[in-house]
Design a protein around this ligand. Structure first.
Ligand code: ZN
Ligand code: ZN
Length: 542
């Protein structure tokens, strides 16, 4: 029985369903298809599959693309009708042939496509197919999981569990971020780390081990700080972000970046045998910042009297955790991410509390705050062939002023420390580095030891003496999206020239494959091709 089931690819299935719908006159010639978003929902497929399916239809001459409008259904000529029937037959001989013969009454108005509830039946070979088991899960969509891009921020106890689960489930592409290095105390809670990894970057080792667990996944790691080192363009290209963090400042930064880019994120927190997991979806209920108390909000404000001290304190305060609670909460996080990828319902803006002492679990909802400063979403992003290392502040300001007029200013995400001034000796030292890079030690006067006053700004008005400096030298990460405004409207500019190097998912792989999407992009952007193989091929000794 199973052997007689024809193997049809998902795009062919999409094309077949849509061809059948055209034959059934659910879509009439001269009318446009529903939006891609609606079709994705109706058919329950990924955007990639839908597009491939649409291209199959276009090649058959059944539809044609109208730039910026949509897909127009063509008049069915004899040969085209035959092609439509041929495509429709692939999904079900009954629908295709019968509908071709029968004259159906015309639909009275627009109708929704029948939703494909059941997956095409496919019997996996469990001897050769590592993900075959998942085929038996009714809602599991292998392609969605394989095409998924998930960022994991933090590769500590929780991050280890999350990365492990994502690798086991075959999540296609993972971007792992951490600024820490491995020490002995991590080994009691981190399944991905080994004794000989001591001193190495957590992000790198976690990514390498994910690749070992499942060589089919693509990984990329970043040894850096989520609050400052990841361009927003990276977030823009993710499907889900999972926060495995241990401090409020990083959570707040992650929350804002996700909100700005309209991306869902899954937070997790653990302490001893207690843990919580929560999903935040921009526009659906409370965000992370909404959950903070006034007190916490005040503590977090980085612009109060002593910004250097405030930052330093964040790095303290580690809480004790166990590998068991990390497994429980990390599993919940990975599972929520999987649901988000499949478009399954999640409880956004609510929190799941788990108490491992009493084994009780309860969910409660947060109240969204009207005045929450995180509720902000970027508009259309202008992709510039610019790179943070090569582009000067003046270049960007020129572009912004061409769009927004002479009064346009650039608004930085992070405070830029201009100078440190000693109130005792009256000396002033020029700095010009982002606040995150100025340590508390450096804040003290070398002559008298007094903690100096920090002069900083986050607005670039064009008056600055340092407009010739590159964006990178001022702490702007690669592939970042900068915002400019003229008091009335905002514009958003992405340093898209950084894309090939900043986001590739090719760590621990062989040399870049010819014809890969990243390879094509390199050529299109007209940038010199730089091989990143040196940093991409770290050999781990086990
Ligand atoms: Zn909020
Ligand atoms: Zn001094």
């Amino acid at each position: 029985m199973a052997s007689s089931i024809p193997r049809t690819t998902l795009p062919e299935l999409v094309a077949g369903k849509l061809a059948a719908a055209i034959l059934e006159k659910q879509h009439l010639p001269g009318a446009y298809f529903p939006s891609e978003r609606d079709l994705i929902k109706d058919l329950g497929v990924s955007r990639a599959s839908l597009r491939e399916g649409l291209h199959i239809l276009a090649e058959a001459g059944l539809i044609e693309a109208h730039q910026g409008v949509g897909w127009l259904v063509n008049e069915l000529s004899g040969p085209q009708a035959a092609k439509a029937r041929k495509l429709a037959v692939k999904i079900s001989p009954v629908v295709g042939e019968a509908s071709a013969k029968r004259k159906k009454p015309k639909a009275s108005g627009p109708r929704r496509l029948p939703v494909a509830k059941e997956k095409p039946l496919h019997i996996p070979n469990l001897k050769t197919d590592r993900l075959g088991t998942f085929e038996f899960i009714s809602w599991w969509e292998r392609e969605k999981v394989r095409n998924a891009r998930v960022m994991v921020v933090g590769a500590g106890a929780l991050g280890n569990e999350v990365v492990k689960n994502l690798a086991l489930m075959g999540i296609g592409s993972m971007y792992i971020v951490d600024f820490d290095r491995i020490e002995a105390a991590n080994l009691s809670r981190s399944i991905l780390f080994r004794e000989q990894d001591g001193g190495r970057e957590k992000s790198q080792i976690a990514a390498a081990r994910a690749k070992q667990i499942n060589p089919d996944v693509n990984v990329q790691y970043l040894h850096g700080d989520v609050t400052t080192d990841i361009g927003l363009g990276v977030f823009r290209r993710m499907d889900v972000i999972i926060g495995c963090l241990d401090n409020r400042e990083a959570r707040l930064a992650l929350n804002r970046f996700c909100h700005w880019m309209g991306k869902p994120w899954v937070d997790g927190a653990i302490q001893e045998l207690l843990g919580l997991a929560r999903v935040f979806v921009p526009g659906e209920g409370a965000c992370y910042e909404c959950t903070l108390t006034e007190q916490a909000r005040r503590e977090l404000s980085l612009r109060y009297s002593c910004p250097l001290l405030a930052r330093q304190n964040i790095l303290l305060g580690k809480v004790p955790t166990t590998p068991t609670i990390a497994s429980i909460i990390g599993a919940l996080q990975a599972q929520e991410a999987l649901k988000l990828l499949h478009g399954l319902p999640v409880e956004a803006g609510k929190v799941m509390h788990f108490n491992g002492m009493t084994n009780s679990m309860h969910t409660s909802a947060y109240v969204p705050r009207e005045d929450c400063e995180s509720h902000w979403t970027y508009g259309e992003v202008v992709e510039l062939p610019a790179r943070s290392e090569h582009t000067a502040l003046a270049d960007l300001l020129r572009i912004a002023r061409a769009d927004l007029g002479k009064q346009a200013v650039i608004e930085l995400d992070q405070e830029l420390v201009l100078a440190l001034e000693c109130p005792q000796c009256g000396t002033k030292e020029e700095v010009l580095r982002p606040l995150s890079e100025v340590t508390l030690e450096a804040g003290h006067c070398p002559a008298c030891g007094t903690l100096r006053q920090v002069q900083m700004t986050h607005l670039i008005t064009g008056e600055e003496a340092f407009l010739h400096r590159t964006l990178a030298s001022l702490g702007i990460p690669p592939l970042h999206i900068l915002r400019a405004h003229n008091g009335r409207e905002y514009r958003f500019y992405e340093l898209t020239g950084d894309l090939p190097d900043a986001l590739h998912f090719r760590h621990f792989e062989g040399p870049a494959r010819v014809g890969s999407p990243a390879g094509r992009l390199r050529i299109r952007l007209g940038e010199e091709v730089r091989t990143s193989s040196a940093k991409g091929r770290v050999v781990l000794v086990d």
